[in-house]
Design a protein around this ligand. Structure first.
Ligand SMILES: *Cc1c(COP(=O)(O)O)cnc(C)c1O
Length: 492
């Protein structure tokens, strides 16, 4: 059986698939934002057929479902870091549900075990590792927790049997703009949220390696044992990429586990043009990557990737249950992946990615990533032409190095309603500005026209975070977005 992801008929081989070939016509296609990227019509027909079958089966609920659920597959759903539908992945999701099996043993999921291994191998290859380990986890948050647990086990293997009893105070370093799951992980694993040391970021939201170095030294001088640095590749709000190469130097110097939370940004690894954002990732010990975000593989699809070849994952988590993982089975019992996991039952999350990857190839996924950047740039250009849109990164001098563009596909901005335009000097300006985004959001939800997220950040009051990566998105939707924000906010 051949499950090689990278040599599907007619697709570019992707071993160096870090370098997908894009010819002139395709490149032009990439920049034509007037149409969605995937065949929306064919996909919609497929969806209608499938939905009809589902609705016929569960008719009493269908009315409620349509009324009370929202459609994350709609091109104007910009609320989260997942959006859009990939119809190949969707077919994989139907298949997974229909077959309803469990990834813990090879005997109940033979082909899926092999698929998971292949998909993980393919993802590791993009990171730059020819060997290693990994696991699909129920989300990036859990992947981040795994990394912490592995780092601790590597340093203090006795923790598995003895617990926290004999351990010194351990500390974890992460930037102040990292994802909140780092905090949750520290609480869950008994490390303690007070032992998360927040490292400063530059104006673009990237961790400052010099501050990291200082803080590690300080922690050591206070008798703590520095354990792990959790870097972020694509921060949740600003989309910033921590400078991995420099952080790797610091981790090497102090012998710390380097984890990269690339839940959001990991997909840039497909793109020849943009993978430089994660330069140095190959020096990490572990990487968390959510293909359910930018690649639209569907919730959920989240991989933990490890450089380790010493079977750390299994040593750290195994319980050797004899009723499930019998050692005298007739096949290679190393194919029973389940004991690497902290779970017993584990959902099959690899098929949807495998199928989509097979269908469009590494070069197809690369084009989607490239296209998302083109979308983000288009949006920024349009905002600059309109009065009332004020980009977050424009107030940040350092961003000149990105030619006035945001680093990733997160476009953060304030909408300044006419009533406060030009009144930045007023005492109540920030208070009034802070109230704008929540009201516009309430209005858009009640009218059902679109959905986009907002948040405050540090000393910056509520601003919108627009993310543009759905393959269903076209220029028309982005123009609509801008018009709609203006319409909903003009009287504020
Ligand atoms: C989304 C995200 C996570 C959390 O992933 P889940 O799959 O939602 O648990 C972690 N880190 C970053 C940077 C994220 O953007």
């Amino acid at each position: 059986m051949s499950l090689n992801l990278t040599t599907a008929n007619g697709l570019e081989p992707a071993t160096n698939g870090l370098e997908p070939a894009i010819n002139g016509k395709e490149a032009a296609n990439l920049h034509d934002l007037s149409e969605p990227f995937v065949d929306n019509l064919a996909g919609q027909l497929f969806l209608n057929e499938a939905f009809k079958i589902i609705v016929e089966e569960i008719d009493p609920f269908s009315f409620m479902m349509r009324l009370f659920s929202f459609l994350s597959g709609h091109p104007r759903f910009f609320n989260q870091l997942f959006a859009g539908v990939d119809y190949h992945a969707l077919a994989g999701r139907f298949l997974t549900e229909a077959l309803n099996t469990n990834l813990y043993t090879y005997e109940v999921a033979p082909v899926f075990v092999l698929m998971e291994l292949e998909v993980l191998r393919g993802l590791r290859q993009l990171v730059g590792w020819t060997e290693g380990d990994g696991l699909f986890c129920p989300g990036g948050s859990i992947s981040n927790m795994y990394a912490m647990n592995l780092a601790r086990y590597q340093l203090f293997p006795e923790v598995k049997s003895q617990g926290l009893w004999g351990l010194p105070r351990l500390t974890i370093f992460t930037s102040i703009e990292s994802h909140y799951s780092v905090k949750k992980g520290a609480a869950f694993l008994g490390i303690g949220t007070d032992n998360i040391i927040l490292v400063k970021v530059d104006d673009g939201g990237r961790m400052i390696p010099e501050d990291l170095d200082e803080k590690i030294k300080l922690a050591k001088s206070q008798g703590a044992v520095p354990l792990l640095v959790s870097c972020t590749a694509g921060t949740t709000v600003q989309g910033a990429f921590d400078p991995l190469d420099h952080i790797a130097d610091v981790c090497e110097k102090h012998k710390l586990w380097m984890h990269v939370d690339a839940a959001w940004g990991g997909s840039v690894l497909f793109s020849k043009q943009h993978r430089h954002l994660m330069k140095g990732v190959e020096r990490a010990n572990s990487v968390a990557w959510n293909p359910h975000k930018m690649l639209t593989a569907g919730l959920q699809c989240s991989a933990l990737l490890l450089q380790d070849t010493t079977n750390l994952l299994k040593k750290c988590h195994s319980a050797n249950a004899t009723y499930l993982f019998q050692q005298d089975k007739f096949y290679d019992v190393n194919l029973d992946l389940g004991d690497k996991s902290i779970q017993c039952s584990r959902k099959v999350d690899c098929v949807k990615l495998w199928l989509m990857w097979k269908a469009v190839g590494s070069s197809g996924l690369a084009k989607r990533v490239d296209r998302a950047f083109v979308h983000a740039r288009y949006l920024v250009e349009q905002m600059k032409k309109r009065e009332g849109f004020h980009l977050l990164h424009e107030v940040i001098p350092v961003c000149v190095c990105f030619h006035g563009q945001p680093e990733f596909v997160n476009v953060c901005f304030w909408f300044i309603p006419p009533s406060i335009r030009g009144k930045e000097g007023n005492k109540d300006y920030q208070d009034r500005l802070a109230k704008v985004a929540p009201v516009i959001k309430e209005r858009m939800i009640k009218e059902g026209t679109m959905m986009v997220g907002y948040q405050p950040l540090g000393n910056k009051v509520n601003f919108f975070r627009m993310v543009v990566f759905s393959p269903l998105l076209s220029q028309k939707d982005m123009d609509f977005f801008l018009d709609e924000i203006e319409r909903l906010g003009k009287d504020l």
